[in-house]
Unconditional design. Structure first.
Length: 114
């Protein structure tokens, strides 16, 4: 085969590979694939933090509402009864005990309960 023809065939193969990869066909001034390959997509590492914070806030609101609705004495009696149960109930009692945040939320919500 002629050397020039071999070179021409190689150039055609290179152009075909470029087209298969999505390159070529750009008019002057148009955006090409290379313009979009360098765009960095935003990281979504903290995606779990917002739902977790909302869940925690909802739980604190629930605890404070229970404390305000039942009253401190009845709430503490029920938590003490829960603490006398099995290991899972004792864990629930530890989670539901009236801590500082619960008392603060209860103080805010107390006027809403008769």
């Amino acid at each position: 085969m002629d050397r020039d023809l071999t070179e021409f065939e190689r150039r055609l193969q290179r152009i075909d590979r470029t087209h298969a990869a999505g390159g070529g066909f750009e008019a002057s001034g148009a955006l090409s694939r290379a313009d979009f390959d360098q765009i960095v997509s935003p990281r979504r590492d903290g995606l779990w933090m917002r739902p977790m914070a909302l869940l925690l806030a909802g739980f604190l609101l629930f605890k404070g509402g229970m404390h305000a609705g039942l009253g401190a004495r009845v709430y503490d009696l029920r938590v003490d009864q829960l603490a006398q149960g099995n290991a899972l109930e004792q864990l629930g009692a530890w989670i539901m005990h009236a801590d500082g945040l619960t008392l603060w939320v209860s103080g805010i919500l107390a006027p809403l309960f008769p």
